[in-house]
Design a protein around this ligand. Structure first.
Ligand SMILES: [Zn+2]
Length: 472
């Protein structure tokens, strides 16, 4: 009996010690465990909403203002980080009280005046000013521009890590949040951002404030603010979906024609993937030649070079639109799996070609892609294994698209489109990994696809080209 009591006492002591350990306030991690980009994002909390109240000066390209993040603590937090590069910080408040902070590379380490309690919502407000990117060397050697001044205004393109170059943020797709943008600009300019325009207020000084708000959460690299003179072109998509396009005024007529199939593309993708995920759709075209387009959520960013060649333009538009499902709604869990964005969007644009032109046209294009992949040899990475310093390797796009095409040819159309639809439905508004996709494919098809995916997604050697014979 005595021994028994002693055991109970020891057990209680251990439980007490473990609890004490658990209750000890923690320091939020400086990353979210992404194997390729360990310092992207931060641990210890989940961002729920950002309010970006920023004033832009067109002569200096300075931003001035306050960014507020509402977040929930995962555990008791004595300190936490945001990702933020450049600028002069004027103050950091947590729940309205002054916090101390330290900067270390990408990390803005914030110590609130009192420990944040587990599961409690808190609000951090960072006031800052400066020219975005000024004096800041690229942190990771990848494509990411952040906030860019060009001769007609400013645009934002942040994939994968550029958001921290213009606002303090938990900068990883694992922590999506909703946004309010309150952007003040000189009167001559218009502001286009994600979501829907709420108000336009003409201020007493010669500035105007545009407030945009998103209904749905988005990954930080998909947040965009575009400032220029624009002509707004409106259309209506399936089920009354508002479409608003922001075009350079002197190119608005030509671009209206180029984007005329946009509602039909949405309707087509809805039949094969599922309902369009967001509250609005559209494009912003920058009056500057960009060498890329970016699937910024609900407002896709294009350069004016999109207007070159109607056939090519349709493929690019279809690609970026497909990202609203794959990349924006179904987000990556880790950047290494970027083929889940790019291979899917590339193949989706081929499906649009098949639907809007002909199956023969699509087959011919896929033949060409296969020849390119083989000709490029080891320069093209296996889709699910791109090098860390070359995330957007062309193998991710073309061989990634071929992996899906080969899957379709193997399992037949009915099962393939069931896989695509099921995968989307399962992971929409969330995050997914390559393993999530391959498991869904195996479950839905009832086939052992392990060797197939090993060869198409991971092996360096390009698999033999299957006959392009479509099974029902
Ligand atoms: Zn893409």
């Amino acid at each position: 009996m005595k021994k028994h009591l002693l055991t109970i006492f020891i057990v209680l002591l251990i439980v007490g010690l473990v609890q004490a350990q658990d209750n000890k306030p923690q320091t939020g991690a400086e990353g979210l465990g992404d194997p390729y980009f360990p310092q992207l994002g931060n641990g210890g909390y989940n961002a729920e909403h950002y309010t970006l109240d920023l004033k832009w000066d067109d002569t200096s390209n300075r931003l001035d203002g306050t960014v507020t993040m509402r977040a929930k603590a995962y555990n008791d937090l004595s300190r936490f980080d945001l990702d933020f590069l450049g600028f002069t910080i004027n103050s950091v408040l947590v729940d309205g009280k002054e916090a101390t902070y330290k900067r270390d590379g990408r990390e803005l380490q914030i110590t609130p005046p009192a420990t944040l309690k587990q599961d409690e919502t808190f609000e951090t407000a960072v006031s800052y000013s400066g020219v975005p990117g000024k004096g800041v060397p690229p942190f990771y050697d990848v494509f990411a521009e952040g906030w860019i001044r060009y001769d007609k205004g400013a645009y934002v393109a942040s994939e994968p890590d550029g958001a921290a170059y213009w606002y303090p943020v938990n900068d990883h797709p694992l922590d999506k949040a909703s946004y309010t943008f309150e952007i003040t600009v000189p009167d001559a300019y218009t502001v286009a951002a994600n979501g829907q325009l709420q108000t336009v207020v003409d201020n007493p000084d010669p500035t105007t404030t545009y407030t945009w708000e998103t209904r749905d959460e988005l990954a930080s690299y998909l947040a965009t603010v575009n400032i220029a003179k624009f002509t707004i072109q409106k259309a209506v998509g399936p089920h009354g979906l508002p479409i608003r396009n922001y075009f350079p005024p002197d190119k608005a007529d030509a671009l209206t024609k180029i984007f005329s199939d946009f509602p039909n593309m949405i309707a087509f993708y809805e039949t094969i993937f599922g309902a369009y995920p967001f509250e609005a759709a559209g494009a912003v075209v920058i009056d500057s030649s960009l060498s890329f387009a970016l699937e910024t959520q609900t407002l896709i960013l294009f350069g004016k070079d999109i207007a070159v060649g109607r056939t090519g333009a349709q493929t690019v538009i279809a690609h970026e639109l497909a990202h609203q499902w794959f990349g924006d709604s179904v987000s990556l869990s880790q950047w290494k799996d970027v083929w889940l964005n790019e291979g899917f969007a590339t193949y989706a644009s081929m499906l649009w070609m098949e639907h809007s032109v002909s199956q023969a046209a699509m087959v011919k294009q896929m033949d060409q892609y296969y020849s390119i992949v083989v000709a490029q040899g080891s320069k093209y990475a296996a889709p699910a294994n791109p090098p860390q310093d070359d995330l957007f390797n062309d193998g991710v796009y073309l061989r990634g698209a071929w992996a899906l095409h080969a899957l379709r040819l193997k399992v037949g159309d009915k099962i393939f489109f069931n896989i695509m639809h099921t995968y989307y439905d399962h992971f929409k508004y969330g995050n997914a990994s390559t393993g999530d996709f391959t498991s869904i494919a195996s479950q839905v098809s009832g086939q052992d696809l392990e060797d197939f995916f090993q060869q198409w997604l991971f092996d360096e050697k390009v698999p033999a080209k299957p006959d392009q014979v479509f099974l029902p």
